[in-house]
Design a protein around this ligand. Sequence first.
Ligand code: NAD
Length: 256
Amino acid sequence: MDELETLASLLAVSNCVVVLTGAGISTPSGIPDFRGPQGLWRRVDPEKFTIEHFFADPDEVWSLFVNHFVVGNAEPNSAHMALATLEEWGKICGIITQNVDGLHQRAGSKRVVELHGSLKYAVCTSCGSKYPLADVLKEYRGVAPRCKICGGLLKPDVVFFGEPLPRDAWEEAVSLAQVSDLFLAVGTSLAVAPANRLPYIAKSSGAKLAIINEEPTELDHIADVVIRGKVEAVLPRLVQLTTYYLKGPSRGDRPL
Ligand code: NAD
């Protein structure tokens, strides 16, 4: 049995699969990741996305953000769709995402915990008012936008380096990790804390850990199953194979 078959057979007997996704699930949709071979950190200094630098030079950070982060017309891909299908089958009880692109929801996933915020809004750093980011961008003229209510500085509603995670999202993620029987990390280098603590939390609560990623990750050594490959190919194939294991080998031909 190869690793993909092992994972499909595990999935078939799991009742609460929790998935942690990272930027690698959205690269097939045309959104670059940070640390992969074509990653953003090869072009932009990560230090520019600390919260300290945002307040020191908000015009520069907004301009980098608009040029490198805004996802335009990106569409969900086959990996997002495969996860939505597994949720529809009642296998997945939640997706925890480090992504800010909203593509899981667009693919039809219902329970999505956004650990690092989202590109939907900009938030006032003084009074907390929120504005749809699309509206803010329509008026963006190269200068950091300001709050229409109090004049405070607006910030994209995503978590910058050095900022805490939204508390509710983190608590929900921890609860999901604790109740999962299979924890699946997909398209993430597992290099970013505290998201990379979730696999440990799941494992210590009794879950199996599986990792699907193109490159080695920081937690391969504690995983029960590691699949090195492209998410857009591996996940649809996993759905296919899981169907086979759900039916039982006697009822249906094994997919090629
Ligand atoms: P990361 O850049 O650290 O890791 C992405 C991993 O995905 C890499 O190891 C890479 O090898 C792998 N990968 C890339 N394309 C793949 C593919 N097609 N198939 C399989 N694996 C693939 O990203 P991360 O772990 O998510 O953490 C970094 C931060 O990136 C997060 O905080 C997240 O907020 C942010 N981010 C989000 C987006 C987005 O919303 N789409 C885009 C860039 C960065």
